[in-house]
Design a protein around this ligand. Structure first.
Ligand code: SAH
Length: 354
């Protein structure tokens, strides 16, 4: 399903099969899986309980991926943002945030995005490609290695639409929660989506412990269509119905992400419409004052987000204003990648000039 040399993307069954085809007993697969995902070695030669010949044939047949650190930014609040390079030279962003309950890593699922949300920097140049499971996984492993600390939770809220890369993202969830591997708790993963409804149902059917976050950002179709093209394919009623099914099937409460955009979605009427929409499903609203992305013109203050929160709470809806971590380092998704791309462009224009 994925690149067959990409050993970090393989599950136990695929690994067993690959070992059988090399004439090795199946139990070697468990041993190798532990080396890769438990001990996280970078080289087959470090798998010291395997014979030299096997290590050589594994090296010839497979590659253990890695990420390059292109840039690292450290915010005053301890948030770290990484621009990582992939084997093919593409770059992705990963953010590590420190909370009282530990380290949370925000991972990318694609290089770019094709969802076209108007306020989002990740989508401005479209989709380049989807990430392999190993490339999502390596973001967690790499941050863990760079900080010499265990990662406690993962949010799929970086660049890309996770449900537009469904197979790789669900494989990533399986691998990162594997008891023989990093052994992250299933409920320590949050997946954020702009609302690809059939995939939400598919996810619900898998009955994972996963937290689902929905990027709602507007309470009516009329408003949502203006900033989120996905709403043309799946309107708000269809989306909320899918969220209710997700809650019913998994017992996991759904979170709604709501970027407050001054003058567009934060009136009292908007609060009433939003409350009406999501009532009775124990949902939580995460308010984010929209992060001003260059050229979009959207803005909001923390005060107006707090005002909107009070209105929602008065209507019986649980809402918090997200602590904006790393604002000083352009931590909103897609911004660093875009900045570096623009720097490179400016540089090449300068170089072209006589
Ligand atoms: N594609 C997924 C996950 C990536 S974005 C999704 O749409 O949910 C993670 C979150 O950041 C989403 O809720 C997204 O809508 C939000 N976001 C993107 N740009 C933003 C901005 N400029 N200000 C505030 N939130 C933003």
């Amino acid at each position: 399903m994925f690149d067959d040399a990409d050993i970090l993307s393989m599950n136990h069954a695929e690994l067993s099969e690959a070992l059988l085809s090399l004439g090795e007993p199946k139990f070697r697969a468990a041993q190798i899986f532990k080396w890769l995902h438990g001990a996280r070695v970078h080289d087959f030669m470090q798998m010291t309980d395997l014979g030299k010949k096997l290590r050589e044939s594994l090296s010839a047949r497979f590659k253990i991926g890695d990420l390059g650190v292109v840039r690292e930014q450290c915010s005053a609040d301890g948030t770290r943002k990484y621009l990582f390079s992939l084997a093919d030279g593409n770059c992705i962003e990963t953010v590590a945030m420190r909370y009282h309950h530990g380290i949370s890593v925000c991972v990318s699922s694609q290089v770019g995005c094709r969802m076209g949300c108007k306020f989002c920097a990740s989508t401005q140049n479209g989709l380049v490609r989807s990430l392999a499971p190993s490339e999502i996984l390596l973001q967690v492993y790499k941050v863990s290695e760079l900080l010499s600390e265990r990662v406690d939770s993962v949010v799929l809220m970086g660049i890309g639409e996770p449900l537009d890369n469904f197979e790789a993202v669900t494989r990533f969830c399986d691998l990162v929660t594997d008891p023989q591997g990093y052994n992250l708790a299933g409920r320590a993963i949050t997946l954020s989506t702009c609302g690809i409804v059939p995939r939400i149902d598919e996810l619900a059917a898998q009955k994972r412990q996963l937290n689902l976050a929905i990027s709602l950002h507007a309470p009516t179709d009329e408003q949502r269509i203006k900033t989120m093209p996905i709403n043309k394919a799946y309107n708000i009623d269809t989306l909320i119905a899918a969220c209710r099914r997700y809650f019913a099937q998994t017992g996991r409460r759904v979170t709604f992400e709501y970027a407050v955009i001054e003058g567009q979605n934060n009136s009292e009427e908007d609060a009433r419409a939003l409350a009406q929409l999501i009532r009775g499903m124990g949902a939580h609203v995460n308010l984010i004052p929209v992060n001003p992305v260059r050229d979009t013109g959207f803005h909001a203050t923390r005060e107006s987000a707090l005002r909107f929160q009070k209105q929602l709470e008065a209507l019986g809806i649980n809402a918090t204003v997200r602590r904006t971590l790393g604002n000083d380092i352009s931590a909103a998704c897609g911004q660093l990648r875009r900045e570096v791309a623009q720097e490179k462009k400016a540089q090449s224009i300068q170089e072209e000039q006589p």
